[in-house]
Write a protein that binds this ligand. Structure first.
Ligand code: RB5
Length: 141
């Protein structure tokens, strides 16, 4: 899968480690920044990543900020984006299976890097179940 990544300064370290992790798993990461730890505004990077997902230039995206909350609030304002803030692998599997989430949000100050890697793996390996869930997801739009 082609997977976009973006963060703010508070999510930079985790984003960098997850980019390497998904590459190891055989996916194609697309790092949309930032590249340094200078203070930036998370909505700018959330919008940049969501534009890539909506345009189908990537299969899905991962956004990281301090809590994951600001990223998820911003991403869910974008038409066509279904962003899920996850803290567990269970949430990541369920949001793919039932909500057809196309953006995963994580908080570097909330989850450890090992837990975050497991969450990303679960998100990327889970499939939307469709069926009764498809009509519900359509109602979101
Ligand atoms: C940055 O200090 C922090 O506010 C941001 O990363 C995020 O947690 C916002 O939701």
């Amino acid at each position: 899968m082609r997977v976009a990544f973006a963060s703010d300064h508070a999510g930079l370290t985790l984003k960098t480690s997850l980019v390497a992790a998904v590459r190891e798993l055989g996916h194609e990461p697309v790092d949309l920044g930032p590249e340094s730890g200078a203070s930036v505004d998370y909505p700018d990077f959330a919008k940049k990543l969501c534009a890539e997902v909506v345009a189908a230039r990537v299969d899905c995206g991962v956004l990281v900020c301090g809590t994951g909350i600001g990223m998820s609030m911003t991403a869910n304002k974008v038409k066509g984006i279904r962003a899920a803030l996850c803290h567990t692998e269970f949430e990541a599997r369920m949001t793919r299976a039932h909500n057809d989430a196309n953006v995963l949000c994580l908080g570097e100050r909330v989850v450890g890097s090992g837990v975050a890697r497991g969450i990303v793996e679960a998100f990327l390996s889970s499939k939307f179940e469709g069926g009764r869930h498809a009509a519900r997801v359509a109602k979101i739009e």
